[in-house]
Design a protein around this ligand. Structure first.
Ligand code: PXP
Length: 250
């Protein structure tokens, strides 16, 4: 049964620009409202330990003011767990976090950290939050996510997006295709994201077992030139064309 593809809009980098000067402008919650009007299916925000972009009050306001499901990206720490349990967003995506990284560089080593992650997956799930684990497209990581009882995985598409077009990118895409098939086979809902752009999104959107893409940096960057509404419209069109061309539904 073909499944439609959702678009989660990550608004972190509206907050990056705001924080460059302090103050309130530009407001990521306003961006979330615009994204909702422009047809986003969900809003994604990463509350980092160092609060370099999204801050605690953004999460409070997103929960209070936005009707779309919120996907809260967070590290597996007690501080973040307490925040998630206080707000109970629709979903939490557990991501690895290093203070010195510019962005989330790789997936979570679920297979290597099962003992630590079990409690987070369990406590979030028990609170009715849909738990997703952000992982590299590796079968061992998928199997570990399944063993922990997480219902969802998000495949890191960064290596695919960063690879030069040609054989290298095709090989990275193949890893994602195989991982998405493996997710389906073991009963995990499969999402994907990181680094996606108009150029790279089509091949991922065409994978029928991937049901959600989370995209941020490229969308916010494009929005500077043509506005968020126009950017989302075009991104949705590229996703839809690729999905339909592969025999799926949009
Ligand atoms: N998915 C996850 C789990 C992420 O951590 C990020 C980056 O915050 C994204 C998707 C979106 O990546 P990008 O901003 O490169 O589109």
């Amino acid at each position: 049964m073909p499944r439609p593809l959702r678009l989660g809009v990550n608004i972190d980098h509206v907050a990056t620009v705001r924080n460059a000067r302090g103050g309130r402008h530009p407001d990521p919650v306003r961006a979330a409202k615009l994204a909702a009007e422009a047809g986003a299916d969900g809003i994604t925000a990463h509350l980092r330990e160092d609060r370099r972009h999204i801050i605690d009050s953004d999460i409070e306001r997103l929960m209070a003011e936005i009707r779309l499901p919120l996907n809260l990206e967070m590290a597996a720490t007690d501080e973040m767990l307490a925040i998630a349990l206080r707000h109970t967003p629709h979903a939490c995506c557990l991501v690895p976090e290093k203070r010195t990284e510019v962005t989330t560089e790789g997936g979570l080593d679920v297979a290597g950290q099962m003992g630590n992650l079990r409690r987070y997956v369990g406590d979030l799930g028990a609170a009715g939050i849909r738990v997703s684990l952000f992982i590299d497209p590796e079968p061992a990581q998928l199997d570990a996510a399944k063993a922990l009882g997480a219902p969802v995985v998000e495949l890191h598409t960064g290596a695919y997006c960063e690879a030069p077009a040609g054989a290298e990118r095709a090989a990275e895409l193949e890893r994602i295709v195989r991982a998405a098939a493996h997710a389906e086979a073991i009963g995990l809902e499969c999402h994907a994201g990181h680094g996606l752009s108009y150029e790279t999104v089509g091949a991922v959107a065409a994978i029928p077992t991937i049901v959600e893409l989370n995209i941020g940096h490229f969308l916010i960057g494009e929005a500077i030139f043509v506005g968020l509404g126009n950017t989302l419209q075009r991104m949705r069109a590229v996703m839809k064309d690729a999905r339909l061309a592969s025999g799926g539904v949009s």
